[in-house]
Design a protein around this ligand. Structure first.
Ligand code: ADP
Length: 899
């Protein structure tokens, strides 16, 4: 217990998994908490200061599963292993304690096991450091450094404090480390929580830029960082804390990291956190992957490919050239269908090389990780070969040529070595051996045959003893305590205990029904077997270490290769999507235009397909058109930068708004888009406020949330931004709301000068189109049919004539008496011409539940003449001519019924 208490004291903030034989045991409050969290039995063991010690345990072979559950529930776990064989300890004396120590701290941001990770998601650990302050209070900017130690991905950048929420949601780390000062900021804590990360406070002193520089150089094995870009002091400080934390949790083991990539608002399309949520990029509003844009566009075939796609979607680009390079690659794979299919077929079975390399570097690898590197190298080589040979006359686009280079950048000897040394499919854990291919090492082959021969010798011994003693039931057996022994039934043991056999057979143990013996020959054979088996195992461990070292030597090249394979899968998946859903290549340039023809909503379109609910109707969106001679209906308003979208509920306004935001985003991540054509002048910031929801958890009403988000848009939108606003000012009184919406449009037009789509119910707003040069009205086309409304989902120039609220309410199934009454109230309101009508008059004139069921309320009277005529018809007796006449008569009667 003394050893336990000492180790526990050194790791007070962790649950201690204390290795004892084949179990990890937990004691004291850890045991109580774990038993509850895992639903396992709480027992006790011994006493401490006179009290029972609570204890529970998890078997080694299920430890991963329990770890995962604990980490998910927010615990941190210190894994304490036995550092020597218990037999070693016994040599020091009967009471000697086996040496143990913590070999690793398991935290959400430092996982490496496949069973603890989602294959399709990155697992970032992010350090947040507040940079210098201009005045007092909040820092102006924050430096964020992130690594995924399970793959070696590493990025760093600085963002203005106002962009922190969007950035932390983009990174979506599992764990954030920060100093107390940063975590004391309620806003920061809140967004860290919304991003889904656990917050771990670390000492402010670990954010040391000099130490960061030193650690980074050591990690990359370089004397100068210049080759990797410029890092600010704040960024180096964040890197410093990050690498220090990795050192702390990995107990000195060094992960395989790639050089850090610089990221920042300068080279990305900035999307704030509410817009990310409202556009349902990686998760739907309900929090699932299903229903998100990511789920709709993901056609990748590997985990790394899916991670790359998610990263591209979360952080679209801003440089037209970089975007064009990606589009070239997607376009090439879109055109070359057989090549695409062959590549995807090959990649489908490709292992996750980056995660395997990372586990090997942290000395947590298994033989199957070695095999993953070997097989990954094979896949990479074959893919590169295919790309080269099928490139055709014009050659590969640059992005793919660069991928080919990285796919083949790893020394050929490594692949040959792994192929020679490893069995085809190593399944056993490392400690059991059996993964080295016969013929790789002569000394290992020799030890193996000795071990196996000795087993044969043992079988021969048994046969000989059987014959010598004449005891048919004699057996040579083995257990962990006695080792090998000879066993005979109790009744047959006597001859072995008397001359002459007793000279060689020595009694060892008497059991209930059997007696056990040994012989000098048996003991000798046994020690030969044990020695050979031990030698086999230790030689295999030696081979494992050699192969790991060979892989470590190629760590950077393998990291590049894994990344290239992920990119190829991502681009192949986007090409597949483009072919399957007939997406087109967008033109993305430095112009100010936003011209989408026949645009569709990628998620709604696929949902309609899945439900076989008809085709999605494509719609144009033409803001600040590049060519004034555009045709297709919107010519007269090509100047407009802001479209006011009116139309009844359910007509498709939100869908139209969102689809244009999503098309911009897809284009800038380098994907083809759901449209017949798209021309997009680079967007620097994308804002989307669609639909309002109370944020009760944060104690803010719908209206407050709406105003906070609108304020953020007005403060941050530039002339390059794209703004999607749905229903501003709905949460307050009509005239307040209208006035706010009015002023917002004016501000966007005059000050922000951005491109914007603004959906509204306030028809009064449509007057703005006449007053502001660059505002135009469009409306969702509907047809009235009798008293009902039919949605055509088509955007056309002009303003909606009315809002059709009552028709939509009727579609929704409101009782007829209510919709009829609403229609009457509406007439009155319209008569009062915008002045608030006298409530008294309404109450007086038109009591809702007056006995008088006026015009539209269906009377509970008998059947109508048309219904009666219909009932009288017997179709079986009618001639074709009579049938036609009956039809005309019925139509006629029905017309009269309606009055
Ligand atoms: P609004 O915002 O005007 O209330 P929505 O955008 O929510 O309307 O659209 C309502 C429904 O109409 C959507 O869920 C979708 O199923 C359908 N819809 C919208 N736009 C289209 C379209 N262009 N083509 C086909 N169906 C559409």
């Amino acid at each position: 217990m003394a050893q336990f208490l000492e180790i526990k004291a050194a790791n007070p903030d962790c649950m201690l998994f204390y290795r004892m034989g084949d179990f990890y045991e937990l004691f004291f409050e850890d045991a109580v908490a774990a038993a509850q969290a895992l639903g396992i039995v709480l027992t006790k063991r011994g006493k401490h200061l006179g009290e029972d010690i609570p204890m529970c345990g998890v078997p080694i072979h299920r430890a991963d599963e329990y770890l995962q559950r604990l980490i998910k529930q927010g615990f941190r776990v210190a894994v304490c292993e036995q550092l020597e064989d218990p037999a070693e300890a016994r040599k020091r004396g009967a009471k000697a304690v086996v040496r143990r120590d913590v070999v690793r701290l398991v935290t959400p941001g430092t996982l490496t096991e496949d069973s603890l990770l989602d294959a399709k998601s990155r697992n970032y650990l992010t350090a947040v450091f507040d940079g210098p302050k201009a005045g007092r209070g909040q820092a102006d900017s924050l430096a964020l450094a992130s690594i995924d130690i399970s793959t070696g991905e590493f990025e760093v950048g600085e963002v203005p404090a106002a962009d922190f929420p969007g950035e932390i949601v983009r990174l979506s780390p599992s764990e954030v480390i920060a100093g107390d000062r940063v975590l004391a900021d309620a806003q920061v804590r809140q967004w860290v929580g919304i991003a889904g990360a656990a917050a771990t406070p670390v000492a402010g002193a670990s954010f040391d830029s000099l130490a960061g520089e030193r650690l980074l150089k050591a990690q990359l094995g370089v004397a100068d960082l210049a080759a990797f870009g410029e890092f600010s002091r704040a960024e180096l400080a964040a890197i410093g804390a990050l690498l220090k934390y990795v050192e702390l949790t990995q107990i000195g083991r060094r992960p395989a990291l790639r050089p850090p990539r610089k990221t920042g608002p300068g080279n990305r399309l900035v999307i704030d956190a509410p817009s990310r949520a409202s556009l349902e990029l990686l998760r739907s509003l309900g929090g699932q992957r299903h229903g998100s844009l990511l789920a709709a566009i993901d056609r990748t075939v590997t985990g790394p490919g899916a991670r790359e796609l998610a990263a591209r979607l979360a952080g679209p680009l801003r440089d037209p050239q970089a975007i064009a390079a990606r589009l070239d690659a997607v376009g090439f794979l879109r055109e070359n269908e057989t090549l695409r299919e062959d590549l995807r077929g090959l990649m489908r079975t490709a292992p996750d090389i980056a995660r395997a390399v990372s586990r090997l570097a942290l000395q947590r690898g298994e033989p199957r990780d070695l095999a993953a590197v070997r097989d990954g190298l094979t896949t990479a080589g074959t893919c590169a070969g295919l790309l080269r040979t099928r490139a055709g006359g014009i050659g590969l686009p640059d992005a793919l040529a660069a991928i080919v280079l990285r796919l083949t950048g790893c020394a050929g000897q490594l692949q040959a070595l792994l192929a020679r040394a490893l069995v085809d499919a190593p399944a056993q854990p490392r400690r059991d051996g059996g993964f080295v291919r016969a013929g790789h090492r002569p000394d290992l082959d020799e030890a193996r045959s000795l071990r196996d021969d000795s087993r044969k010798v043992m079988a021969a011994l048994e046969a000989r003893y059987l014959e010598e003693t004449g005891i048919k039931s004699l057996k040579v057996r083995h257990n962990n305590i006695l080792g090998y022994y000879i066993e005979v039934p109790a009744g047959a043991a006597r001859p072995l205990m008397s001359e002459p056999l007793s000279a060689s057979f020595r009694h060892r143990q008497t059991m209930a029904g059997a007696v056990r013996f040994t012989t000098p020959e048996l003991a000798d054979t046994e020690s030969r077997i044990v020695a050979a088996a031990e030698r086999t195992l230790s030689l295999e461990q030696e081979v494992f270490a050699e192969l790991s070292a060979a892989i470590a030597a190629e760590e950077q090249a393998l990291g590049q290769l894994a990344a290239a394979l992920a990119e190829l899968d991502c681009e192949g998946g986007l090409a597949e999507l483009a072919a399957e859903q007939t997406y087109v290549r967008p033109v993305v340039d430095d112009s100010a235009t936003f011209e989408i023809r026949g645009g569709r909503h990628p998620v709604v379109e696929q949902a309609l397909q899945a439900a076989k609910a008809g085709a999605f109707i494509g719609n144009d969106c033409v803001l600040a058109a590049a060519r004034p001679d555009t045709t297709a209906g919107f010519d007269e308003m090509t100047e407009a930068r802001i479209w006011l979208v009116t139309g009844p509920n359910m007509a498709g306004k939100s869908t139209f708004l969102r689809q244009n935001a999503l098309i911009a985003l897809l284009a800038q991540m380098g994907a083809f888009v759901p449209a017949t054509s798209a021309h997009i002048g680079i967007v620097d910031r994308l804002f989307s406020r669609v639909g309002a929801a109370d944020d009760l958890a944060r104690g803010r009403s719908t209206f407050m949330v709406e105003m906070v988000e609108t304020a953020a848009i007005l403060n941050q939108a530039t002339a390059r931004s794209l703004v999607i606003l749905d229903e501003i000012g709905r949460g307050t009184a009509t005239f307040d709301g209208l006035s706010i919406a009015w002023a917002v449009v004016e501000y966007l037009h005059e000050i922000s000068q951005c491109r914007a789509l603004f959906a509204t119910h306030y028809h009064e707003l449509t007057a703005l189109a006449g007053r502001l040069a660059q505002v135009a009205n469009v409306t969702m086309d509907v047809r009235e049919w009798r008293e009902d409304i039919v949605f055509l989902h088509k955007v056309k120039p002009g303003a909606a004539d009315r809002s059709y609220g009552i028709q939509v309410a009727r579609l929704a199934g409101l009782p007829k008496s209510v919709t009829a009454r609403a229609a009457e109230v509406l007439v009155l309101l319209e008569k009062s011409e915008g002045k608030a009508p006298d409530g008294e008059a309404l109450l007086g004139d038109l009591p809702l539940f007056a006995a008088r069921p006026k015009s539209h309320v269906p009377a509970a009277s008998g059947p109508s003449p048309a219904q009666e005529a219909l009932a009288a018809i017997n179709p079986d007796e009618l001639t074709p001519k009579a049938a036609l006449e009956a039809l005309y008569r019925l139509k006629d009667l029905e017309g009269k019924d309606r009055g």
